[in-house]
Ligand binder design. Structure first.
Ligand SMILES: *[C@@H]1O[C@H](CO)[C@@H](O)[C@H](O)[C@H]1NC(C)=O
Ligand SMILES: *[C@@H]1O[C@H](CO)[C@@H](O)[C@H](O)[C@H]1NC(C)=O
Ligand SMILES: *[C@@H]1O[C@H](CO)[C@@H](O)[C@H](O)[C@H]1NC(C)=O
Ligand SMILES: *[C@@H]1O[C@H](CO)[C@@H](O)[C@H](O)[C@H]1NC(C)=O
Length: 384
């Protein structure tokens, strides 16, 4: 990774301005060139702001009427706060997890965790008790959080981790966001057919999360889009097999989906399990690049929903384009796989099976705007 920037006067001013709001860390003066500079983890004032305030409502049901009602009595974060993480010791914390740990339980502030350029080799968890956290890197090429767990590896209890617990970064809290940062799982890519090599870079299990300018790097199962409503804008997502998977309700806008598959691969495996669930993945204005042959979607759940709209496909799409997962449970009769105004040399193959339909405008419409994830209520216009 590149060299670390000096902390400029401008940065210091931005830093200080955040502290006009109630905040729980002290400003540190630091000479960025000194690797021996200390960082202040004094958190004695943390509890002062953590009086029990009402949390935002629980995750919303699939009921639009209820959604609107919830937003009328939603309190939102109160005040804001900046924490810096710097691998060379020139911030409030050396590790991202230490910064997350410093946020009070039942946090009510908007917490911006600014992660300076560097590679942070650690496994990070944002617990459900810590909403309103943002990870802001210095650029997705220079700020990286990485770890290397695989599904077959043993956890502390001696049991195999399994795919969902391999993520280098896992977020359970609501109203999480990330900007200009990359997440990697650096475990080696499996050869086709190898068991236990699933290795996620990121798992998002919290509702109302948005990401912009982020990178997600792995091979099999890179991005676990597990649960809740999510919005990914201008992100780069790389992997080989099912490299976006889970049961989230998510929109991917203007993202690059890059395959590193060697013999065959697949982009999205969506796990909607019943007609009542409003989950699904919508890819709008994306670019599909890399190596193939590649299925664009797989029916992980019986009622899997995946739509590609206005998306460019390189000549990497496998014959048929889509996969029904197990060839036995008639998922080809229950899934919703759609294509709308896609283009590029691979686009024709995405229409390769009768059960992946070319949508008309009315059918495509619900998948094209951020209302698919109720984004108007929680995605700031600058990130939408
Ligand atoms: C921590 O901060 C408190 C309150 O600001 C201060 O009184 C105390 O001396 C600090 N302790 C250390 C070890 O810096
Ligand atoms: C903050 O609260 C935690 C538990 O809620 C407690 O263990 C800790 O001692 C408290 N710290 C201070 C500085 O009051
Ligand atoms: C949606 O909410 C409305 C009003 O609260 C309620 O009458 C209706 O039964 C709900 N529908 C579902 C499917 O939960
Ligand atoms: C649908 O899947 C079943 C097996 O689950 C298979 O027998 C059938 O041929 C498939 N139909 C189409 C149209 O692909």
């Amino acid at each position: 990774m590149g060299s670390l920037p000096m902390i400029s006067i401008t940065a210091a001013l931005v830093f200080l301005s955040y502290f006009t709001a109630t905040c729980f860390l002290l400003v540190v003066h630091c000479n960025a060139t000194s690797s021996t500079s200390t960082y202040n983890s004094n958190s004695s004032s943390i509890n002062s702001s953590s009086s029990p305030l009402p949390l935002p409502p629980p995750p919303l049901s699939g009921n639009t009427t209820t959604t609107v009602q919830h937003h009328h009595n939603w309190f939102g974060p109160k005040g804001s706060c900046l924490i810096t993480v710097d691998a060379s010791g020139c911030g409030d914390f050396l590790s991202v997890q230490a910064a997350v740990d410093s946020v009070p339980v039942n946090n009510r502030e908007q917490v911006l965790i600014q992660i300076n350029a560097g590679t942070y080799i650690e496994k990070v968890v944002v617990p459900v008790s810590k909403p309103f956290i943002t990870f802001q890197g210095a650029g997705r090429d220079v700020t990286v959080i990485e770890w290397h767990d695989r599904a077959g590896d043993r956890g502390p209890d001696g049991q195999q981790l399994r795919t969902y617990n391999t993520a280098s970064v896992t977020v359970f809290g609501r109203y999480f966001s990330a900007r200009n940062i990359s997440f990697k799982n650096t475990a080696p890519a499996p050869m086709p057919g190898m068991e236990g090599w699933q290795a996620a870079a990121f798992r998002i299990s919290g509702d109302n999360a948005h990401f912009s300018g982020c990178g997600f790097y792995g091979a099999q199962d890179t991005l676990c889009d597990d649960a809740g409503r999510h919005y990914f804008k201008e992100c780069y997502i790389e992997g080989s097999i099912d490299f976006i998977f889970g049961n989230g309700r998510s929109m991917y806008k203007d993202c690059e989906l890059h395959s590193i598959a060697t013999r065959f691969g697949s982009i999205a495996a969506q796990d909607r399990k019943s007609v009542d669930e409003r989950t699904g993945f919508s890819f709008v204005g994306c670019r599909v690049t890399g190596s193939g042959p590649l299925y664009v979607g797989r029916a992980m759940g019986q009622y899997s929903r995946i739509v590609f709209a206005y998306t460019y496909f390189d000549d990497v799409v496998a014959r048929g384009g889509w996969d029904d997962w197990d060839h036995t449970s008639n998922k080809n009769k229950t899934v919703f796989f759609g294509v709308y105004k896609c283009w590029g040399p691979g686009a024709e193959a995405v229409r390769g099976v009768s059960w992946a339909r070319e949508l008309d405008y009315d059918t495509a419409h619900p998948f094209l705007a951020k209302s698919f994830v109720n984004g108007r209520h929680w995605i700031p216009p600058s990130d939408a």
